[in-house]
Design a protein around this ligand. Structure first.
Ligand code: CA
Length: 235
């Protein structure tokens, strides 16, 4: 699947050139020209990488970068700055941008940075994925062995139930919408309704909850989706 790149840049000449170049290289590219929409798109669409201009209408690149990191997202960000003084600020403020380019830059240079940052984040992602078991209260989920234990007792989950639980644990305390479960587990191209999430979640709960009337692991968030009870992970 091609990597999704979001370009947040208000100068059309730059955003179009960047979009065309990245699309030509096989990336899926989305472009927006204001900061507020840009931040929303990062939070909702979870791109694999963001090319972020510093000076924007609405929220600035600085604010976007800070808010994204505050939300705990590790989305790689390449900052575009107009002047070297701004570049110094990008470095100095350490807002969590992964790299930066000073305008004017060549498309070849941008492409090299994009590849490098994606490569870096890709290996990091694999390392966290391969990292040991996930824990929530007395539940232990081992992604590598595909096993779940509640205390000392093994819980047998279907592959879908396992993926639901793993996603909840990886994003402990964060509300995950039904649509996002669908995208992450069933994939964007499968035509199932969000109700299917509820059905599998109910089955999962039957296997892990002590009291179905008062669930202590998976919390329903009315009208939105589900989250893991964050008090279990201590994060
Ligand atoms: Ca600008």
């Amino acid at each position: 699947m091609s990597k999704k790149i979001l370009v947040i840049e208000d100068e059309p000449a730059i955003s179009m050139a960047v979009r065309d170049e990245l699309a030509f290289e096989g990336y899926t590219v989305d472009v927006t020209d204001d900061g507020d929409t840009g931040l929303e798109k990062i939070l909702e669409n979870r791109p694999d990488l963001v090319v972020l201009d510093l000076m924007l209408p609405g929220k600035s690149g600085f604010e976007i970068c800070r808010e994204v990191r505050e939300q705990g997202l590790k989305t790689p960000i390449i900052m575009l700055t107009a002047r070297t003084q701004d570049a110094d600020r990008v470095r100095g403020l350490d807002l969590g941008a992964d790299d930066y380019l000073v305008k004017p830059f060549s498309l070849a240079e941008l492409l090299a940075r994009v590849r490098a940052v994606l490569r870096r984040s890709g290996t990091e992602g694999q390392e966290t994925k391969g990292s040991g078991p996930l824990q929530a209260g007395d539940l232990q989920v081992d992604p590598r062995k595909h096993k779940v234990f509640k205390g000392a007792v093994e819980v047998n989950l279907t592959p879908i139930e396992f993926q639901l639980l793993e996603l909840l644990l990886r994003r402990a305390g964060e509300v995950i919408s039904r649509d996002e479960f669908l995208n992450q587990i069933w994939g964007e191209k499968v035509y199932v309704t969000p109700r299917v999430v509820d059905t599998h979640m109910a089955a999962l709960r039957k296997k892990i909850e002590n009291d179905l009337n008062e669930p202590s692991y998976v919390i329903s968030v009315h009208g939105v989706g589900y989250k893991l009870n964050e008090t279990l992970t201590g994060t």
